[in-house]
Design a protein around this ligand. Structure first.
Ligand SMILES: [Zn+2]
Length: 379
């Protein structure tokens, strides 16, 4: 495939708007592209307008199975007037393709797919399988990778490469994430007689203090060399509705970022312990509402897949990633496979105004992915 066609394909994909959904059109585009090059692709519908895409290429002999993955949705473009170039036009200026989803992560996903097409078309034999798992909805909760996981697509793989932007690093591990609310119910009363009420703000205050103390104790000696520590941040609070009333209800929201040493279950256990001890007093009640519970990913640092990446990019460094990816879901199976996140673009440019990817960087990654497929599968 020539340079111009590779660039045009990425521009086409950026021009298909898929903010927080609408991935089916992206999936259909990729399916048509793959089939034009003789690769069967299967659309797996998720819901109205939303679909995953699975495709495979096979070498002459059986061997390893490398899953390659990216999500097809993007975050909202925000105020288009603030962009220097329209967010879905995919205009090229000074060697950069501008547009929502360029970095996160249509350049990476498209590069994975074109590298599959080129490997299939090349005369050099290879062993094993490359399996594309293009997903919906990573940007809105990551629940959708569950569908492909439940269908067994990661049950038999030996490795997984996710093309999220990682420049200049690669990641074998990322933190988990728990988003939650704690809902406090007390009893309203006039502020002149607070003893007649139960102050929901104070219930939350007690929860915060107990949780902070327990989290500090749990995380003190449990540090992950790659990821750092488990962190918990209280991010929103809403309570009370009148300045001279004891508040009946308060809602606290928070986000914990977990590492294997203090995992999701431990953190949720700490929340529940604090809640139970407060509820046991019989003065008001607290309830925990988990909105999102994504596991950490914990790939080996010395896997064959890491070796293949270092063979094409010897200066790349392994760093822990704070953000969660589809890998959290995909790796949550009884199959211990090589796992690496490695892709074009800098995560710091994701979700920003004027998101862009370097044309040369995108093309370079097509070549790198092709070399990684070969070296990983033929080893
Ligand atoms: Zn992403």
């Amino acid at each position: 495939m020539d340079r111009q066609e590779k660039i045009r394909i990425l521009q086409d994909v950026i021009q298909i708007q898929s903010p927080n959904g609408n991935e089916e059109i992206v999936a259909l585009y990729y399916k048509n592209l793959l089939e034009a090059y003789g690769i069967d692709a299967r659309i797996i519908p998720y819901s109205d307008g939303r679909a995953n895409l699975v495709a495979e290429i096979h070498g002459q002999d059986q061997g390893k199975i490398l899953a390659v993955s990216g999500h097809m949705d993007v975050v909202d473009a925000g105020n288009a007037d603030l962009w220097d170039f329209p967010p879905y036009a995919a205009e090229i200026h000074d060697g950069l393709i501008y547009g929502r989803g360029t970095t996160d992560m249509k350049a990476g996903l498209t590069a994975l797919i074109i590298a599959m097409i080129e490997l299939k078309a090349s005369d050099e034999p290879f062993k094993g399988t490359v399996r594309l798992l293009a997903t919906v909805g990573e940007e809105v909760g990551m629940m959708r990778a569950e569908q492909l996981t439940q269908m067994g697509f990661t049950q038999d793989i030996t490795g997984m490469l996710i093309a999220e932007p990682t420049k200049p690093f690669y990641h074998t591990k990322h933190k988990g994430s728990i988003q939650y609310q704690v809902i406090a119910h007390g009893r309203a009363a006039h502020s002149s007689t607070p003893d007649k009420g139960i102050n929901a703000i104070l219930l939350i205050n007690e929860f915060i203090n107990k949780t902070n103390a327990k989290m500090a104790a749990a995380t003190k000696l449990a540090y992950n060399d790659t990821l750092g520590a488990t962190l918990n941040v209280f991010t929103m609070i809403a309570g009370g509705n009148q300045i001279n009333s004891v508040p009946e209800a308060t809602i606290l929201s928070g986000n914990a970022r977990t590492v294997p040493e203090v995992g999701n279950d431990v953190v949720i256990g700490i929340f529940n312990e604090a809640i139970d001890s407060i509820n046991a007093k019989g003065q008001g009640s607290l309830a925990l509402n988990i909105l999102q519970n994504n596991q950490f990913a914990d790939g080996a640092n010395d896997s064959d897949l890491v070796a293949s990446i270092l063979a094409v990019d010897p200066d790349a460094e392994n760093r822990g990633l704070s953000a969660a990816t589809d890998g959290a879901i995909f790796t949550d199976v009884d199959n211990d496979f090589d796992f690496v996140i490695y892709g074009p673009g800098d995560m710091a440019d994701a979700h920003t105004i004027n998101e862009a990817i370097g044309v040369d960087e995108y093309l370079e990654f097509i070549a790198r992915y092709g070399a990684i497929y070969r070296s990983y599968l033929n080893e």
